[in-house]
Write a protein that binds this ligand. Structure first.
Ligand SMILES: *Cc1c(COP(=O)(O)O)cnc(C)c1O
Length: 343
């Protein structure tokens, strides 16, 4: 194995084709065998259901190099299960968990030179997705699909140190009550692009979306769940009024770490926006950054400033962050089954 000659520390979050991708086709009611391919272009009908009706679901996870040189992934079985849940909701034939795991092993094992070394700050991002490739003009699911898994090395989420973000409460909604907010559907992202652009143009890093039904409770951002810390050190994460929060694997893992490893009190419950100014710390969690601290939230001109400030992550979230990243990188022993080694 010879690692690619890449300046790992200066990588961004940018598409980069590697040596191979993995693909399988669904036709005549069944999935084909998985195949390694060096062709990084998808070939489909101009009338593919994904192009006409956005029939596509995806996942996102990372592969890391441990200090002793192993290549590992974090709880990929949960990504496999979540992609099954997403697929079923969009009329897409699910990829069974064993097939997903086989694809992951095949993909990463054949792109080892692209997995950033330990300590570089970079990681390998893995993007599995399924899309309706077969032609469809009437409003119905495709009959043919492609499952693809691609990967690329990506840089650290925060270059030059972790900086708290400033958010705004959006006047747009991310997902309808009891709609597709709880699955990883590409269409959820397309729908948030405009709201994101508006927030960016006003100088905010992200949007805080409220529940679409009543606009009274915190849901999530376009791509990360919220964690709050109360003044007495309890971890609180929003529960949706209407099943429209994406079940983040990072958030679910952090809640286990908080409770079982660090002995903290945790709560998953509705979080009224009126309660947010009472919290001591606020963060966003997801695969990309693990935890991104939030320093301020703008509620229609009124600023909510967290006591943790604009210089660094608050102490409680930092403890959670250090513990989970330690487990992911293999320097801290986590719960059984959380680390999947690529062989
Ligand atoms: C993927 C995603 C997250 C984060 O989930 P992780 O499994 O932690 O990466 C949060 N919100 C949305 C909308 C997402 O699509």
């Amino acid at each position: 194995m010879t690692k690619k000659n890449i300046d790992w520390g200066s990588l961004g979050f940018v598409y980069q084709p590697t040596d191979y991708s993995v693909s399988a086709m669904y036709k005549d009611g069944k999935w084909s065998d998985l195949e390694l391919t060096a062709d990084h272009t998808c070939h489909m009908s101009e009338c593919a259901c994904v192009l006409q009706y956005a029939q596509t679901v995806f996942e996102g996870l990372k592969a890391y190099t441990t200090p002793d040189g192993r290549t590992v992934t974090f709880r990929p079985d949960l990504n496999a299960q979540r992609m099954i849940d997403s697929a079923e909701r969009l009329g897409i034939p699910p990829v069974p968990e064993e097939m997903f795991m086989e694809a992951l092993d095949l993909l990463v094992a054949n792109n080892l030179d692209w997995v950033p070394p330990y300590g570089s700050g970079a990681t390998m991002y893995v993007r599995p997705f399924i899309y309706g490739s077969g032609p469809m003009i009437s409003v119905a699911p495709a009959e043919e699909f492609e499952f693809r898994m691609i990967c690329m090395p990506v840089g650290p989420y925060f270059k030059g140190g972790i900086k708290p973000l400033v958010l705004k409460i959006s006047d747009f909604d991310r997902a309808a009550p009891h709609g597709t907010g709880d699955i990883k559907a590409g269409l959820n992202y397309a729908m948030s692009f405009h709201a994101h652009e508006v927030a960016h143009n006003e100088g905010f890093a992200e949007n805080m979306f409220l529940d679409a039904g009543t606009r009274t409770c915190v849901e999530e951002t376009g791509g990360a769940n919220f964690l709050f810390v109360t003044k007495d050190g309890k971890i609180v994460t929003p529960k949706s009024k209407s099943n429209s929060i994406l079940p983040s694997i990072t958030r679910r893992s952090l809640m286990v770490v908080a409770k079982d490893l660090l002995g903290m009190d945790i709560e998953q419950r509705e979080v009224p926006i009126a309660e947010v100014p009472e919290f001591a710390e606020c963060g966003l969690c997801g695969t990309a950054a693990v935890i991104a601290p939030v320093g301020k939230i703008n509620d229609h001109g009124k600023e909510i400033c967290f006591p943790s400030g604009m210089d660094e992550m608050g102490p409680v979230l930092k403890k959670l962050y250090d513990t989970l990243t330690g487990i992911q990188m293999g320097t801290i022993e986590g719960p059984e089954g959380w680390i999947h080694e690529i062989k």
